[in-house]
Design a protein around this ligand. Structure first.
Ligand code: CUA
Length: 308
């Protein structure tokens, strides 16, 4: 069973219960219809020597029954669905500043906290606190989905959508883009890390701090290359002159679990592979090849690897 069947928030619990009710009702209807079909096949099958069966046309009772019963079923499904939707979604009056702004990009997710902290690919949330999340897109239509924690929500360019994001217990929850958005749609993953309030604020404090200046010569060389080779034109690193948010913010890139929206583990080797040949690491992504020598790649990877 997939993660969607193991809800870990009040909202996904409601969705899972709704799905279970639909499934049971559909199973009962299927069983009744299948039984009637099998019965009719056996009871009214052609027998040798039997003549033309008696022809029956029109029955007001049956006509009414097979109109009214499905109508009732659909009405019930409609009512329970609307009720579930009203329980799951932030009401219109929740028109307050969001606790988190999530933006879909081709092909990665950016998360922005009210204090200005920006991360990519990794969203931390406090356990058992309901966050109002605003979903946006920077380019095409994406779809934000953490199956265990929240409903799906499209990220539509020019439109802000809102969902609740909440986790009942600490854990790491997989998230995916759920709307085809280009070549690397499948690698537009992220994780949601739910942790106790204290751990969450400690994380947020660390993430909000500017990057440490490089302490070893190799990393210092990497930090100069970061500017010279135009990395800084797309990637922001707080505490430096690099402010662009076209690509993922790298202020604390070394603290993250994954690179390239889930395509590889964040290790020094994978970081070096990424800066050496980004199109080999994740074909089609927007990062151009800076044509670094292997020395330069090592220096740049050492710098990025120091950004904890
Ligand atoms: Cu973004 Cu699929």
């Amino acid at each position: 069973m997939g993660p969607a069947f193991h809800p870990q928030s009040p909202q996904t619990q409601i969705i899972a219960t709704l799905f279970a009710h639909f499934l049971i009702l559909a199973a009962v209807i299927f069983a009744i219809v299948a039984a009637l079909v099998v019965y009719s096949l056996l009871r009214y099958r052609a027998r040798p020597g039997a003549g033309e069966p008696r022809q029956v046309f029109g029955s007001r009772r049956f006509e009414i029954a097979w109109t009214v019963i499905p109508l009732l079923i659909v009405t019930v499904l409609f009512v329970v669905t609307v009720r579930a939707m009203s329980l799951i979604d932030p009401p219109q009056w929740a028109n307050r500043p969001p606790d988190l702004i999530v933006t879909g990009h081709q092909w990665w997710w950016e998360a922005r906290y009210p204090d200005g902290t920006v991360t990519a690919g990794e969203i931390h949330i406090p356990v058992s606190r309901r966050l109002l999340v605003r979903i946006e897109s920077a380019d095409v239509i994406h779809d934000f989905w953490v199956p265990q924690l929240a409903r799906k929500m499209d990220a539509v360019p020019g439109l802000s959508s809102y969902i609740w994001l909440e986790a009942d217990s600490p854990g790491i929850f997989a998230g995916k883009c759920s709307e085809f958005c280009g070549a690397q749609h499948a690698w537009m993953q992220f994780i949601v890390v739910a942790e106790p309030e204290a751990a969450f604020s400690a994380w947020l404090t660390r993430q909000s701090e500017p990057a440490q200046p490089p302490s070893v010569e190799l990393a210092a060389r990497g930090s100069r290359l970061f500017v010279e080779r135009k990395c800084a034109d797309c990637h922001g690193i707080s505490g430096t002159a690099s402010r662009s948010l076209a690509g993922p913010d790298l202020t604390h890139v070394a603290s993250r679990e994954f690179l390239g929206a889930g395509i590889s583990r964040n290790s020094p080797e994978n970081l070096a592979l990424w800066v050496t040949n980004p199109q080999l690491a994740k074909p089609g992504n927007r990062m151009p090849d800076a044509r670094l020598s292997s020395d330069e790649s090592r220096a740049l990877a050492a710098y990025l690897g120091s950004l904890r």
